[in-house]
Design a protein around this ligand. Structure first.
Ligand SMILES: Nc1ncnc2c1ncn2[C@@H]1O[C@H](COP(=O)(O)OP(=O)(O)OP(=O)(O)O)[C@@H](O)[C@H]1O
Ligand SMILES: [Mg+2]
Length: 221
């Protein structure tokens, strides 16, 4: 199938929902179906994304009288928004223009949900973060991997890697409710929830089915 416009697909969810696993699986499935597909992620691999990863791993901190701490939600919202515009210009838009399918592991939905959940005024911060990303190209489809917080915690702990700054359980609950309310801040976007408590194969198949339906222009359910 030849496409001229490309398509931009985003996977979202709380930590451990499986966005990294299923973004990679989706790109493999798209390539197997004959599409030119490109896998990317946020924070991006660009210069600002690399800086953000240093914050997430606690390598980059703010020195204070009480000792070092991670930068606050507003600094993070601005860094993520800057990374996003750079990511779009450098990686995403050129590929969409070539007609490729771009799959991003997280996008500005994560910014709205995470920065508001780590602030003391979630409503106002969600609206402000949404506005900061006003010029970020909208995806053609967003799949939110919907999984129970306890199940996501189990999955994260069985995976190797260092604990990151957003890992606390209480925060994960706030993130989960942020994802459930997502459409309020993105009323125009095509947001589909996928039951990600199912086994990996079943989730991968549902993600694949949703995206191929979009690309083929047929109804999704
Ligand atoms: N549907 C599933 N069923 C069981 N395990 C899963 C499923 N999806 C992903 N996993 C496993 O859960 C762990 C976390 O998955 P993954 O790293 O993709 O999550 P993530 O959402 O990208 O997390 P983070 O946001 O912390 O990067 C991995 O070990 C992965 O193999
Ligand atoms: Mg991940």
């Amino acid at each position: 199938m030849s496409r001229t416009k490309g398509a931009f697909i985003v996977l979202e969810g709380i930590d451990g929902a499986g966005t990294t696993t299923h973004s990679a699986r989706l790109v493999q499935a798209l390539e197997a179906a004959g599409h030119a597909a490109y896998l990317t992620r946020e924070p991006s691999n660009g210069p600002i994304g690399t800086l953000i990863r240093q914050v997430l791993s606690r390598r980059l901190v703010v020195p204070t009288a009480e000792g070092p701490r991670p930068p606050g939600f507003a600094t993070m919202a601005l860094l993520f928004a800057a990374d996003r515009m750079d990511h779009l210009e450098a990686e995403i838009l050129p590929r969409l223009q070539r007609g490729e399918v771009v799959v991003s592991d997280r996008y500005d939905y994560s910014s709205v949900v995470y920065q508001s959940a780590t602030s003391d005024d979630p409503e106002a911060v969600a609206a402000w973060t949404r506005e900061l990303n006003r010029y970020a190209r909208r995806p053609d489809l967003v799949l939110v991997l919907d999984v129970d917080v306890d199940e996501a915690t189990r999955r994260r702990s069985s995976r190797r890697g260092e604990e990151e700054i957003f890992d606390a359980d209480e925060l994960q609950r706030r993130l989960a409710s942020g994802y459930r309310a997502l459409s309020r801040f993105f009323p125009e976007d095509r947001v589909v929830f996928v039951d990600a408590s199912q086994p990996i194969e079943a989730v991968a198949e549902e993600v694949r089915r949703q995206v191929l339906a979009l690309l083929d222009g047929t109804p999704k359910d």
